[in-house]
Design a protein around this ligand. Structure first.
Ligand code: TNX
Length: 515
């Protein structure tokens, strides 16, 4: 079976004959699509068709004008289909894409673009081989977490990342916007977060940056047009040194955080990792105010509240935290974190129509039940599912993109990192080992995690993202059986050529993929 798509579709049937396309094709929507889609969705689909195929898409709606037509049709879904499913039929006269929603139509067009690039380059004409594809994602949550704190990426880099996600049928960008090493989001109520904490070093030596409200709006609408939901993260109660550099009173001692140099660890090298004080009411107010503003900027129905890697011992030494523990009958620091996160989560949920996500570090019976839990250590996602939570399985051994992809590059990395080769990324299984089949639907999917302590430039970023993100897309989208690493490598070679042909700048960053 000839099939050059990534991720590989659920079902593909070749048929005889070809459809020749010139430099343009017509696009027609059936009545259901005309009625069922917003004009913004229709416009975005026409733009997407042109972008993915490299041809001119003319939304003329009419057939019989001599041009081949791509027809978009909204249909009722079958039981095994979701809003992201599509059916694509290439006949000798036209292309029909059927789906239950805009998302599925968009993925059908993405597939059309891949088919055309491959068939076209093979035949040296713009032609498609007739075929029928039925496709549906295995998991609903297919994402990338991007850390913009440790190193800042420009809006144009973020848009290129979103293009990459969309071309691989990935649908979530989890945006890690604040951490110890930098605060990256403009919050009008707290200007020092970006005046001060978005920068390291000074004068000509200053490095960093932040996203304005206008930047976020641009990224959001760019992502929305490509079927990607941008999920912002506001980290707490730890990984917050940058916020404490800007507003020291939010820490337990209230003292200024000593800053050293302009390296990525400038805010932690001298100060060590600090925490927000769990015993000061102003901390909760600060975080709720920040979340309010974040929610007003993003249209995501989800917000990530962090929750990972609280350094032990700091709250124990703090009189405000001790007092809070006494008042609320809390026995230890871990329970204090559970209480703190619960306070914030419940207030957010009472006020805003948001689903909350947290890292799994503080997983336990005290966690609010509706919480989505992102596991990053082996076993955490299984435990979260068993405790009744929906979970995103980002087991670091399989999906951490900051890890080197081979022993050869491992020497440039810190000792604690393990190697995540392409083949391992390909074989990632999002359903944790041994999880009871009845709980499988609690596993929403996964995100690869692109931490950027050691990823300072766009070229490095793409070197880390690709090709492992392509392997991951297949693990999340395609059926578990009926695909192979060898087959993937073959298709990857094709995909790489296609992308390189289209985007020479990207190709520069991809030098040694398959060497
Ligand atoms: C752990 S995973 C972290 C990050 C680091 C990463 C490095 C997680 C929730 N926290 O802060 O960047 O390891 O691999």
């Amino acid at each position: 079976m000839r099939m050059e798509l990534i991720p590989i579709p659920k079902a593909y049937k070749p048929a005889s004959g070809t459809l020749a396309l010139g430099s343009a094709f017509g696009m027609a929507m059936d009545t259901a699509a005309e009625r069922g889609l917003t004009s913004r969705e229709r416009d975005a689909l026409v733009d997407w068709a042109a972008q993915q195929t490299g041809l001119t898409a003319i939304a003329d709606g009419a057939a019989g004008n001599g041009r081949p037509t791509v027809r978009l049709s909204l249909v009722a879904l079958r039981k095994d289909e979701t809003a992201e499913s599509y059916r694509l039929t290439v006949s000798e006269t036209d292309v029909l894409i059927e789906a239950g929603a805009a998302a599925g139509l968009q993925y059908g067009l993405t597939t059309l673009g891949q088919l055309l690039k491959w068939d076209g380059s093979r035949h040296h004409v713009r032609a498609l081989c007739c075929c029928r594809i039925e496709d549906t994602p295995r998991f609903a949550w297919r994402g990338l977490m991007l850390d913009s704190s440790r190193h800042f990426q420009s809006v144009s880099t973020i848009k290129r990342v979103i293009d990459l996600l969309a071309s691989l049928k990935l649908n979530r960008l989890h945006w890690h916007l604040c951490d110890d090493e930098g605060w990256r989001l403009e919050i009008e109520r707290y200007p020092r977060l970006t005046e001060v904490a978005a920068w390291r070093g000074s004068g000509a030596d200053r490095e960093g940056g932040y996203y304005t409200r206008a930047d976020v709006a641009a990224v959001e609408s760019y992502a929305a047009d490509r079927g990607v939901i941008v999920v912002p993260e506001v980290e707490m109660p730890a990984h917050c040194n940058a916020a404490l550099v800007a507003y020291p009173s939010l820490s337990c001692s209230g003292e200024a955080i000593p800053v050293g140099g302009r390296g990525w660890d400038a805010y932690t090298a001298k100060a060590g990792r600090r925490v927000f004080c769990a015993g000061k009411p102003e901390v909760e107010q600060f975080l709720l105010n920040v979340i309010d503003e974040v929610a007003s900027m993003f249209r995501s129905p989800y917000i990530h509240l962090g929750g990972d890697e609280r350094p032990a011992g700091l709250w124990e030494q703090c009189p405000h935290c001790q007092q809070a523990m006494k008042t609320h009958g809390i026995a230890n620091e871990a329970d204090l974190q559970t209480w703190f996160m619960k306070q914030i989560t419940e207030r957010v949920q009472a006020k805003l129509p948001l689903e909350t996500i947290v890292w799994a570090d503080n997983l336990g019976p005290g966690m609010p039940s509706g919480q989505i839990v992102q596991g990053w250590h082996p076993g955490q996602s299984a435990k979260a599912a068993m405790l009744g939570h929906r979970t995103i399985n980002s087991n670091h051994e399989w999906v951490y993109l900051d890890y080197p992809w081979s022993e050869a590059v491992a020497c440039e990395k810190p000792d604690w990192m393990i190697v995540l080769p392409l083949e391992k990324a390909y074989h990632f299984e999002p359903i944790p080992d041994g999880l009871d089949a009845q709980l499988h639907d609690r596993v929403l999917g996964s995100e690869m995690a692109m931490w950027t302590e050691f990823v300072p430039t766009e070229a490095k970023l793409f070197e880390h993202l690709l090709p492992r993100l392509a392997a991951f897309s297949e693990a999340l989208w395609s059926p578990r059986y009926g695909r192979s690493f060898d087959g993937f490598l073959h298709r990857l070679g094709v995909w790489r050529t296609m992308r390189a042909g289209l985007e020479p700048r990207l190709a520069e960053g991809l030098a040694d993929w398959l060497a």
